[in-house]
Design a protein around this ligand. Structure first.
Ligand SMILES: [Zn+2]
Length: 438
């Protein structure tokens, strides 16, 4: 087929009435929220049929819903547009392998390597060699991947499965690889429970001066009606916390993403303010938006594990929970180049069993103490009000970057904190403070 027909074919293909069929299969296999991206991506591709990252993401949606052949068509088309987009070789090769087309898969990986010396492609080629019993070739691939990205846990794990002991580069005490079994989280299980990790293991002091701003209801009673808070009021609320200078830090956290629209908005606000945050991402979504995960890491944010598909860990079997967390952790470390050591259980559902399985991997369970409930009411004024009522020095604030609200109030919150000398730190930094190492 001549290349000029491809965009036309693609448009027909993408706009075909597949939504209900895809939605039905997604209900069972994946979190329903990923399916919501279908319309967003379709619109992006309609506006720009050469949007390669969007085409790549759309292919993931098709593959996830079981339509591998269609996904392959999309990725092949995208590769015509941009031969240097590494994720396409990985996705295409893995899909071909899944269909049993192993020599085609090998060819795709080798073509990709000729264009880009990518650790992901070395890794995927290694997997193919391993499955075919070519142990020496496989170990070479995994070693190469690890050499290019020393934080790539998956490559280290596969290599040790082949009987090699990969040596890790020196990393600081928080970013230990998961294979180090002796590592114990600095905050004990009992201290975390359903409370957030908090320096000293206790809740922040309640400050009575809030009544001057909120009226008699106090911090913890949320009125149905509220007056939008001005920038000046917000700045005053933070000033009233009267924290010692050393305790003036806040950890902003964003769950459930990445999202193709809202995550870039939040990243841009954080960049303009030189503020750092932590994103607890879902594996299926991270796989669909690999560029956003890499961007988070580039901008100095931490990327945490929010499971593969947002299924409650407390309601999963231990084996299922570990699989979901490991798969996500390995994906994140591959995309960021750093081991991923922090886990936020979906819905905040946890138990002694869940904590144990997280800690046994050497990871930290991370909750929150200030809840924006931005999924419930998407009015930015309302979200701001709720955060200002619950925030305290050292708070872990919970947002969701798959909803539009947070981006609308973040600047006001950042201004209020910054003008009072607060820093925005990541969860790994908070853990270091909690452990008394900085
Ligand atoms: Zn969540």
């Amino acid at each position: 087929m001549k290349r000029k027909f491809l965009p036309v074919l693609l448009i027909i293909f993408v706009l075909s009435p597949v939504y209900s069929a895809l939605a039905a299969s997604f209900e069972e296999n994946s979190p329903p929220d990923l399916m919501k991206d279908y319309n967003v991506l379709r619109e992006k591709i309609r506006q720009n049929p050469r949007d390669v990252p969007a085409l790549n993401s759309m292919g993931i949606l098709y593959a996830r819903s079981g339509r591998i052949e269609d996904a392959i068509k999309l990725w092949q088309y995208a590769l015509e547009l941009d031969r240097s987009y590494v994720h396409l070789y990985n996705n295409l090769g893995s899909a071909l392998k899944q269909l049993g087309r192993r020599s085609d898969a090998r060819l795709i990986f080798q073509t990709g390597l000729a264009i880009s010396n990518s650790y992901w492609i070395h890794y995927n080629l290694g997997l193919l060699e391993k499955e075919e019993g070519n142990i020496v070739a496989a170990s070479k691939c995994f070693k190469k991947a690890l050499q290019l990205n020393p934080g790539f846990q998956s490559a280290a794990t596969r290599l040790s499965e082949l009987g090699y002991n990969p040596t890790y580069p020196p990393i600081n005490r928080v970013q230990r690889p998961m294979s180090v079994g002796s590592y114990k989280p600095p905050v004990s299980i009992d201290e975390i429970d359903l409370k957030p990790m908090y320096p000293g293991g206790d809740w922040p002091e309640k400050n009575t001066s809030y009544k001057s701003v909120y009226g008699k209801s106090g911090r913890n009673n949320f009125a149905r009606t509220f007056n939008p808070l001005s920038q000046a009021s917000c700045t005053q609320i933070i000033a009233d916390l009267k924290a010692p200078a050393k305790d003036r830090y806040i950890a902003l956290t964003f769950d459930d993403g990445p999202h193709s629209t809202y995550t870039p908005e939040i990243l841009e606000i954080l960049r303009k303010n030189q503020a750092r945050a932590t994103f607890f991402v879902i594996g299926t979504r991270a796989e669909a938006y690999p560029d956003l995960i890499a961007q988070m890491a580039r901008q100095g944010h931490a990327v945490g594990n929010h499971t593969w598909n947002h299924k409650s860990l407390a309601k999963s079997s231990t084996a299922e929970a570990i699989d979901s967390l490991k798969r996500t952790s390995e994906l994140i470390s591959g995309l960021t180049g750093k081991p991923c050591m922090i886990v936020r259980p979906p819905f905040g559902h946890t138990s002694q069993r869940v904590k144990k399985l997280i800690h046994e991997q050497g990871w930290h369970e991370v909750m929150w103490d200030s809840d924006s409930r931005d999924w419930e009411n998407k009015n930015p004024d309302r979200i701001l009000y709720r955060v200002m009522k619950t925030i305290a020095p050292g708070s872990i604030v919970l947002f969701h970057d798959i909803h539009p609200g947070a981006a609308g109030m973040l600047q006001t919150l950042i201004n209020a904190c910054k003008s009072n000398g607060y820093r925005f730190i990541t969860i790994p930094e908070l853990i270091e403070i909690a452990a008394g190492t900085s």
